[in-house]
Design a protein around this ligand. Structure first.
Ligand SMILES: NC(=O)c1ccc[n+]([C@@H]2O[C@H](COP(=O)([O-])OP(=O)(O)OC[C@H]3O[C@@H](n4cnc5c(N)ncnc54)[C@H](OP(=O)(O)O)[C@@H]3O)[C@@H](O)[C@H]2O)c1
Length: 237
């Protein structure tokens, strides 16, 4: 059973007055784990997910979260997440953070394996949209918020980053249109900047990744974004 480390409840603008609830995908390590810890420290009730159950359980022990292991690209798993959120009374914040790099080492578009691109589109674009669709009625009701974690690769032309970058460009655009269609909720698509995580290490190697920011220093920026609740839009850390 997870230890409850939460203390004070800070209610973010627009969230329900009772203890607010967030669903954070990819919360077993990296930015997702750092954000889950920051939200838990702020009194949030959490549902977290990732595929690897051992790391996710350890994250749940640290944050007091409800942990449900699985792949966000799997519709049955997404239905389980939506049910868990419903059982906790509703949702104030959905964070689509789980993401795939696509093919590794990062290939040029000329040689990009289309099966790997299709897999990346499923986890980076279709899964976030599907989770939004499943949680939107509750988010509308509670005037909640969606954070979609993007990347500078969504807008920059970096050799090798085309496959991953196009998934993030699609995520940005769906966020932009969602913000126009759903004035009741806040939608932020966030470029968190480079962070030294497993993903960056896989992409550029440990030596280069070592110089990037610690995700623990990025998470408070996101927690503060939720508290400030600026207008929907693209956010660059
Ligand atoms: N690191 C950077 O420099 C950087 C820069 C810009 C943007 N970003 C973005 O920041 C976000 C977090 O990345 P990170 O660097 O923290 O990555 P990370 O350390 O590799 O963590 C990724 C997390 O997502 C989970 N995950 C991956 N695919 C999943 C799937 N299909 N279903 C469920 N969970 C899944 C992983 O756990 P399992 O593998 O066990 O599922 C893990 O918990 C991503 O959206 C990434 O694109 C990162």
């Amino acid at each position: 059973m997870a230890k409850d480390t939460r203390s004070t409840t800070e209610t973010p603008a627009g969230a329900s007055p009772a203890r607010p609830t967030a669903l954070v995908t990819g919360a077993s390590r990296g930015l997702g784990l750092a954000l889950a810890k920051a939200l838990a420290a702020g009194g949030w009730q959490l549902v977290i997910t990732a595929r690897g159950a051992a790391d996710l359980d350890s994250a749940a022990r640290e944050t007091g979260a409800t942990a449900i292991a699985g792949d966000v690209a799997d519709p049955a798993h997404r239905a389980r997440l939506a049910r868990a959120v419903h059982e906790l009374g509703g949702l104030d914040l959905l964070v689509n953070n789980a993401s795939s790099l696509g093919a590794v080492p990062l290939p040029p578009l000329a040689d990009y394996p289309l099966d790997a691109l299709s897999e990346a589109l499923r986890s980076n674009v279709l899964a976030p949209l599907a989770l939004i669709q499943e949680t939107l009625p509750g988010l509308r009701e509670r005037r909640g918020a969606v954070i979609n974690i993007s990347s500078d690769a969504a807008v920059g032309a970096y050799a090798g980053w085309g496959g991953y970058g196009l998934t993030k460009a699609a995520l940005d655009q769906l966020s932009h249109v969602l913000a126009a269609e759903e004035p009741e909720i806040a939608v932020w698509w966030v470029d968190p900047g480079e962070m030294r995580t497993g993903m960056l290490t896989d992409a550029v190697g440990a030596e280069e990744a070592a110089g990037a920011a610690d995700p623990e220093t990025v998470a408070p920026f996101l927690a503060d974004l939720v508290k400030r609740r600026p207008a929907s839009g693209r956010v660059i850390r």
